[in-house]
Design a protein around this ligand. Structure first.
Ligand code: SF4
Ligand code: SF4
Length: 193
């Protein structure tokens, strides 16, 4: 019975995939309920949920490692930017984002990300993004714009620091990407097996 419920909820989620999933209020409520129910059901089953939760914690740790570096780069580039990416980019939460947010906080956002009438992201404020990094879609962390790349390249410190900077940034983002993929695969396997 429980397995049927898990499969049904997952099928609903993947069937809702369009260009941007879960845009309507009804679709959003459905995906929130599905994640809530499937994680609750998996939590009674032991091993699978332990692996899934461990991956979510590892990803949260990766975000924490990136925070200082990315904030430093952002402070040197975003306040003077004349073409703010968040005022034109189309971003949305995918299943990996929602699983991570739910597993690490126990809650989910009120709705899918949408554009304001001026086409800017609904989370953009005059002082930047209103969300914590861990609450944003991963693309918002993964994307390093050309100006920011220039900032990284132009750091005045020693070559050693620059090399370290590059290594930490790249390896951590790559590690997060791999762990996110694994998290989704483990979740799908757990609810479909
Ligand atoms: S990330 Fe780059 S494009 Fe986006 S606001 Fe900052 S400097 Fe501008
Ligand atoms: S969620 Fe935040 S960082 Fe991402 S596009 Fe929107 S305002 Fe920018």
């Amino acid at each position: 019975m429980q397995e049927k419920l898990l499969k049904k909820n997952y099928t609903k989620m993947v069937n809702k995939k369009t260009t941007i999933p879960w845009q309507s209020e009804e679709a959003w409520i459905q995906v929130v309920l599905s994640i809530d129910k499937t994680i609750a059901a998996l939590s009674t089953q032991g091993a699978e949920i332990t692996r899934i939760r461990t991956l979510a914690q590892q990803i949260a740790q990766g975000y924490a490692e990136l925070e200082t570096i990315l904030e430093e780069v952002c402070l040197k580039s975003c306040p003077t930017c004349v073409d703010v990416c968040c005022s034109r980019a189309t971003v949305w939460y995918d299943l990996k984002d929602l699983l991570l947010i739910y597993l690490n906080t126990g809650t989910l956002p009120d709705r899918q990300i949408y554009k304001q009438p001026d086409h800017s992201c609904c989370n953009l404020t005059p002082s930047g993004c209103r969300l914590l990094r861990s609450e944003r879609p991963f693309i918002c962390t993964w994307y390093i714009c050309p100006d920011q790349k220039n900032v990284i390249e132009g750091l005045p410190d020693s070559e050693e620091k620059l090399a370290l900077f590059r290594t930490i940034e790249k390896s951590t983002i790559d590690k997060i990407k791999t762990a996110r993929k694994e998290l989704e695969e483990e979740y799908v396997e757990a609810i479909c097996s």
